[in-house]
Design a protein around this ligand. Structure first.
Ligand SMILES: Nc1nc2c(ncn2[C@@H]2O[C@H](COP(=O)(O)OP(=O)(O)OP(=O)(O)O)[C@@H](O)[C@H]2O)c(=O)[nH]1
Ligand SMILES: [Mg+2]
Length: 380
């Protein structure tokens, strides 16, 4: 009798449904929490396994430490930069010298599509004891190839701008991406070098680097190194993967049978957007000069996507690396704390912070964030 009364009372029904609602929310929260714990623990174990079984740790080789050897190999620091970025560049260089280059004095090559001003050269060269070289990029490396329909390119820029695609309306950005994809390594000031470190104005280095990454990659037969990897915006590359697939069919001899292509595509049918963030690169220039890469670049260039879409040098480099190289030839520089706004890589291991080598916040580390592909890299 009592039970019936209670069930029928409207207020009790409201309490009952509230109770159900809150229980449901609590269950959802607990469920997401457990899922995230599983996610974190899978990530941690994949990461740990990666470091235990695949990682070559430059810090474990004392012969690489600058105190034991501070001679140089045939390397260069390459900076593509505008006159207007002078002060951001100077700030970056002060950090870069302090963290690393004052131990080695590697030369710098600064490249620009315009002439560098005298003020620029004076104020940059005063920052470093290294040699500095200043080059102008020739028109054939920064301009439209004859097969590009410039009206169509302009329409595409307008269209992308109206869709708010980042840099979608910028013409110079496209020349920059094409130059970084296909030409920087054959500029006359770069031709004589084997190894390069790409630097951009505005970036920060967050840890001391006490060894020579160039010598490290030379000794270990590594072609390319990165610190941050992430997903590309699909609207900038609608036909890139189709073009890559055509290339792979036409030139199967260039595709490495043991390649790490699963980093960019699990089935081969689509591109997952993963790429190494190319504002930081340490690598072997001869890879980009190789026949297979030049064929690859020329094929993409003919297709016109640098201008009709907005293909970035980062996905272009990364796709080539993933098709042509094995995993062991690509190195994750975990010990190099690096920030290119808005993302940073900060080593999470306590040893980097307790030794005073790094001064970044390890909880602000893009590796573990949604959008990072470094998690995938560990698991490959
Ligand atoms: N000389 C010259 N350098 C350029 C030009 N556009 C870009 N750069 C340089 O090319 C590099 C990449 O350009 P950014 O504008 O940083 O492109 P991004 O890193 O994709 O974009 P942000 O997130 O804005 O940094 C930087 O080193 C720039 O200084 C240009 O028109 N002329
Ligand atoms: Mg940048």
């Amino acid at each position: 009798m009592m039970g019936k009364l209670i069930r029928k009372h409207p207020m009790t029904r409201i309490h009952y449904s509230r109770y159900l609602f809150f229980s449901f929310i609590i269950i959802i929260i607990m469920f997401s929490y457990f899922i995230s714990l599983i996610d974190i623990s899978i990530f941690q174990s994949e990461r740990q396994l990666f470091f235990e079984t695949q990682y070559i740790d430059p810090l474990k080789d004392p012969s690489l430490n600058y105190r034991n050897n501070n001679t140089r190999v045939n390397g260069v620091i390459i900076v593509l930069v505008r006159n207007a970025e002078l002060h951001a560049l100077r700030e970056t260089m002060v950090h870069f010298e302090d963290r690393w280059n004052k131990k080695y004095h590697y030369p710098y090559v600064f490249l620009n599509d315009e002439d560098f001003t005298e003020e620029f050269k004076k104020l940059v060269s005063i920052i470093t004891d290294s040699e500095t070289f200043y080059g102008k990029i020739p028109k054939r490396m920064w301009g439209y190839p004859h097969w590009i329909n410039q009206t169509k390119a302009a329409e595409s820029r307008k269209d992308m701008e109206s869709k708010n695609v980042i840099y979608g309306g910028s013409e110079s950005y496209r020349h920059m991406c094409r130059f970084n994809s296909g030409f920087f390594f054959r500029h006359e000031l770069i031709e004589k070098y084997d190894f390069y470190w790409r630097l951009e104005p505005g970036v920060e280095f967050l840890c001391d680097i006490d060894y020579d990454p160039f010598r490290f990659i030379q000794n270990n037969n590594i072609t390319y190194g990165f610190t941050i990897s992430l997903l590309e915006l699909p609207e900038t590359i609608p036909t890139l993967w189709k073009t890559v697939t055509e290339f792979s069919k036409k030139y199967p001899q260039y595709i490495n049978k043991r390649s790490v292509s699963r980093f960019i595509s699990s089935s081969g049918a689509t591109y997952n957007g993963c790429h190494f963030w190319s504002n930081f690169e340490i690598g072997n220039l001869n890879f980009w000069r190789s026949e297979r890469y030049l064929k690859f670049f020329n094929y993409l260039d003919q297709a016109g996507g640098f201008f009709y879409e907005r293909w970035g040098d980062a996905p272009v480099h990364s796709i080539a690396l993933a098709l042509f190289l094995e995993k062991s030839q690509i190195h994750f520089f975990n010990d190099i704390g690096y920030k290119h706004s808005p993302f940073q890589h900060c080593p999470i291991e306590k040893k980097f912070h307790e030794s005073g080598k790094c001064y970044c916040d390890p909880t602000e580390n893009f590796d573990v964030t949604y959008g990072s592909c470094t998690k995938n890299w560990f698991a490959l």
